[in-house]
Ligand binder design. Structure first.
Ligand code: UMA
Length: 449
């Protein structure tokens, strides 16, 4: 893609927009930046880009500024229904995202991981396993914009890309060598019009793959497995429950692989330390990637042993008076909460809630009744959660996270676990889920002192 002298508008000045604008400027494009918000942080970022030759507007997306433009680079959080994006489509102006932009400059094979839950853990584990043998770059939803590092990636490296449904809807030519769909359950229904549209976005991961490429699907997940008919590339599966035709599965504490040349034992499950069935699925998915690539069993086993898991994802923070505090701030949907509860058999005090994003909390009812002795509700959607759970266990609505943690500590006894697994976005009270998790950990630290 020759970007020199091309007139390009970048929409959104978050992490991906800032990086894309820098990348485009380096490639000699004429860059305009349009960002809906205006605050000192954004003004500072814009000044940096203006010094490199960009022009920008903050606080609006005005038609007169955004157009004319030969290409729009949008941020994943910007809804496709935004009038300015609709206008661009009507004017046949291509709209892409940071991942698509950078991928046209990438010569390394890409492993693209999508799914509703477990993407980051799986992508991190894949990177951890592969790093033993090759140079690895982790990009996308995992936190690093692809355009910020693509210039450093040569053909001997591997790219491990976490790609969300938001990012998938703006791909045009991006072609993963290996695509992986972990699971598909309801999420982001404030953004996608329904489950069908959400599933269609996930399916776009196959768009440019062909018979020389691979896809890995979850044989235990109806929607992930159902997508096998939508792709022409070579298919591998993983399962925690049954033998698969081709791929990896567990049996009697062992992980086995099947690739057309017979069955082989790959590793012992006891090498993997993260709790819960969902983590076992993530583990098998990552091993399946290593297996497709042809990594040795020894390297896979060693990699599993040394993998420590993620911050903010079922992270043990502290044990005070015999009460364990767990930070699961990365749980931004209901399925993630279900998995976190299932991974913790002890009596639970659960902290839920945050920004309203169209989630249905009622699937939590049975599990909460079974495992939780008390729930604390915070954030914009606390009334909604309370209504949909219908008083199945005692609850209290709190003004802030600090109050919720304090009350949890008072209500808990030795042997209980306080699980902060909000089940929704953080933006009503925090910058993002990481900030929310940091605040939780700080509050727990203060309890200790
Ligand atoms: N904005 C506009 N116009 C709008 C809406 C938003 O200008 O109509 C602006 C916002 O004011 C803000 C910017 O766009 O300044 C935000 O962009 P963004 O929300 O797309 O986020 P980025 O900072 O660019 O970060 C994105 C990913 N965010 C989302 O997908 C929401 C990050 O994933 C990713 O790490 C980063 O690119 C680098 O690739 C985070 C995430 O929350 C972890 N992902 C979601 C999730 O995991 O649930 C999908």
């Amino acid at each position: 893609m020759n970007l020199k002298e091309l007139e390009i508008t970048v929409l959104g000045l978050g992490e991906s927009g800032f990086s894309a604008a820098n990348f485009l400027l380096e490639k000699g494009a004429k860059v305009k930046i349009s960002e809906i918000q205006s605050n000192p942080g954004l003004q500072k970022k814009l000044r940096v880009l203006e010094r490199k030759g960009a022009v920008g507007e903050l606080g609006k997306h005005s038609e007169g500024f955004v157009f004319p433009s030969q290409l729009l680079v949008t941020s994943p959080g910007i809804p496709p229904q935004l009038p300015i994006l609709k206008q661009a489509r009507e004017q046949k102006i291509p709209v892409i995202g940071d991942l698509e932009l950078a991928s046209s400059f990438c010569r390394a094979p890409i492993v693209a991981v999508t799914g509703t839950n477990g993407k980051t853990t799986t992508a991190k584990l894949i990177a951890h396993l592969l790093r033993k043998k090759v140079k690895v770059f982790e990009v996308g939803n995992i936190g690093t914009p692809f355009s910020s590092c693509v210039n450093k990636i040569d053909e001997n490296s591997w790219v491990i890309m976490e790609i969300s449904s938001f990012q998938l809807q703006n791909i045009k030519t991006l072609r993963p060598f290996i695509s992986l769909i972990l699971n598909i359950t309801p999420d982001h229904l404030d953004y996608h019009s329904d489950m069908r549209e959400y599933r269609k976005c996930k399916e776009r991961i196959f768009l440019n793959q062909n018979r020389e490429d691979f896809t890995i699907l979850n044989a235990d997940d109806r929607l992930s497995y159902g997508l096998r008919k939508k792709t022409h590339c070579e298919k591998y599966y993983f399962s925690t429950k049954k033998e698969v035709q081709r791929g990896v599965y567990t049996q009697e504490g062992q992980i086995f692989g099947l690739n057309g040349k017979g069955k082989e034992r790959i590793a012992d499950l006891s090498n993997f330390n993260l709790p819960g069935t969902h983590n076992l699925e993530n583990c098998l998915a990552a091993i399946c990637v290593a297996y497709v690539i042809g990594m040795s069993k020894k390297d896979i086993s060693e990699g599993l042993k040394s993998f420590k898991g993620l911050e903010h994802r079922i992270e043990k923070v502290a044990t005070l008076r015999g009460i364990e505090f767990i930070n699961d701030s990365k749980a931004t949907n209901i399925d993630a909460v279900i998995k976190a509860i299932q991974a913790h058999p002890a009596p639970l005090i659960l902290i839920l809630g945050g920004k309203e994003k169209g989630n249905d909390y009622s699937p939590l009812k049975e599990l909460i009744k079974e495992r939780a002795k008390f729930i604390l509700l915070i954030g914009e959607n606390k009334q909604k959660i309370s209504r949909s759970l219908g008083g199945i266990v005692p609850e209290q609505k709190c003004a802030c996270l600090e109050e919720a943690v304090q009350v949890a500590y008072e209500k808990a006894s030795a042997g209980d676990q306080v699980l902060f697994s909000p089940g929704t976005s953080s933006f009503d009270m925090f910058r993002d889920y990481k900030h929310r998790g940091e605040v939780f950990k700080e509050i727990v630290k203060d309890l200790r002192s």
